[in-house]
Design a protein around this ligand. Structure first.
Ligand SMILES: [Zn+2]
Length: 94
């Protein structure tokens, strides 16, 4: 699945880019610059799931949920919702 180069969520447009990220970091979302960066090393399904994970970060940032959760809680929610939507998309394609 080809990922979009930009996406509008909750009324805000974010650029989606591939970038060289710190070792072990697959994705990164920056609210100020409105950028979702995915590691240039990611491909296929892993890139898609990371993209979904980062979109959940966008949703949490834009709704303020980001302010009330600890870092490990944010990552758990992002993983959970990303896996859920990944499965839904996969099921639709079957
Ligand atoms: Zn994350």
């Amino acid at each position: 699945m080809k990922l979009p180069s930009k996406i509008k969520l909750l009324g805000r447009e974010y650029k989606v880019i591939k970038a060289r990220l710190q070792d072990g970091v697959m994705g990164q979302t920056e609210q100020e610059g409105r950028v979702v960066a995915l590691s240039e090393t990611l491909e296929g399904h892993q890139a898609f799931e990371t993209f979904l994970h980062e979109l959940v970060h966008v949703a949490m940032l834009e709704t303020g949920v980001d302010n009330v959760l600890e870092s490990n809680q944010k990552e758990a929610v992002c993983d959970c919702v990303a896996l859920l939507f990944s499965d839904i998309v996969t099921l639709k394609g079957e």
